[in-house]
Design a protein around this ligand. Structure first.
Ligand SMILES: Cc1cc2nc3c(=O)[nH]c(=O)nc-3n(C[C@H](O)[C@H](O)[C@H](O)COP(=O)(O)O)c2cc1C
Length: 288
């Protein structure tokens, strides 16, 4: 898959045609899930494909979606997982691979948030001992017009790196806003990122989906170590933030794997104290 193109053109779709997605394509998503690399390999997960979209919508309306506003789609994917250290990050990491595979198959998707796993499990009568960790709407969007981002990675790269040429694209922070050098708040110089071969990865990973489009991630590059911090936003919960972290870790992993090497993310804090603000926390780090 050409991840850069998929990432560039993917967007969350909230209005779907009633038409069902071809069974063969749906099965391709399921197979993809089963062979997808995990962030935490030991965690057992399951995937459920629900093809009775109207019924699922009725059952989950009020229980899932922003403010309980469920998204109506012909199919849904439900991901369940063992509750182990890193399981929400792992769900984001694996689930987003299914989202990108769907994009590759021309299928539109949207992650759907929820308050309570047990409410969802009961409503859907899911036969599992695991926790519901992800809900994804699947179908063909009514507006098939793609959001095109023009990415200019020339000499004069700046905050204007992404030019939105359709008007339904979501806002994104610039690389300078999210990547710090050595210490909190000191923006990394783009030419330095270029020299290290990671500038393009950051340009694209900013397009990762996140709950309420908070883009809660900030990175600190300190020599050969890169630390991922996540903002503790008032209107998102820790599970959503951990899921967002897993998704952005996947993007970095995929984008770097395509170019220099396959990074390994270590969950947890670093020994060094980076004096990050109280409303941020260190989620993980990797060696560059
Ligand atoms: C974990 C997660 C949960 C989300 N939940 C919802 C949701 O319940 N309803 C919704 O409309 N969008 C939801 N989204 C989609 C985000 O709002 C979307 O990714 C963000 O606004 C950026 O837009 P884009 O994905 O089109 O680039 C969710 C995204 C993530 C990653």
């Amino acid at each position: 898959m050409n991840y850069k193109n998929l990432i560039k053109n993917r967007k969350s779709t909230r209005d779907y045609k009633p038409d069902a997605v071809d069974d063969r394509k749906l099965q391709a998503l399921i197979s993809y899930f089963h062979q997808a690399p995990k962030l935490v390999p030991g965690i057992k997960m399951e995937i459920f494909l629900l093809q009775n979209g109207n019924e699922v919508f009725e059952l989950l309306d009020g229980k899932a979606g922003y403010n309980g506003r469920m998204i109506k789609a012909p199919e849904y994917i439900i991901i369940t997982s063992e509750d182990k250290n890193g399981y929400m990050e792992n769900t984001g990491f694996v689930g987003e691979q299914v989202v990108l595979k769907a994009a590759d198959e021309g299928i539109d998707t949207c992650w759907i948030t929820y308050e309570s796993s047990s409410l969802i499990k009961d409503a859907l009568e899911l036969d599992t001992d695991k926790e519901v960790t992800g809900i994804i709407a699947v179908g063909y969007g009514i507006d098939k017009k793609k959001v095109l981002h023009t990415i200019d990675i020339g000499d004069n790269y700046s905050k204007a790196d992404i030019q939105i040429i359709e008007d339904n694209a979501s806002f994104r922070y610039s690389v300078e806003d999210i990547v710090f050098l050595t210490e909190w708040g000191k923006p990394a110089d783009y030419s330095m990122l270029e020299q290290r071969g990671i500038a393009e990865a950051f340009t694209y990973l900013r397009l990762a989906p996140s709950t309420l489009n908070h883009q809660p991630w900030k990175f600190i590059i300190d020599g050969s170590v890169m630390v991922l911090t996540i903002k503790d936003n008032k209107d998102t919960n820790i599970k959503e933030e951990r899921m967002d972290a897993g998704i952005v870790m996947l993007y970095f992993y995929l984008l770097l794997s395509e170019t220099i090497y396959t990074p390994h993310w270590y969950l947890g804090k670093t020994k060094k104290d980076y004096k990050i603000p109280e409303n941020y926390r260190i989620v993980s780090w990797c060696v560059l």
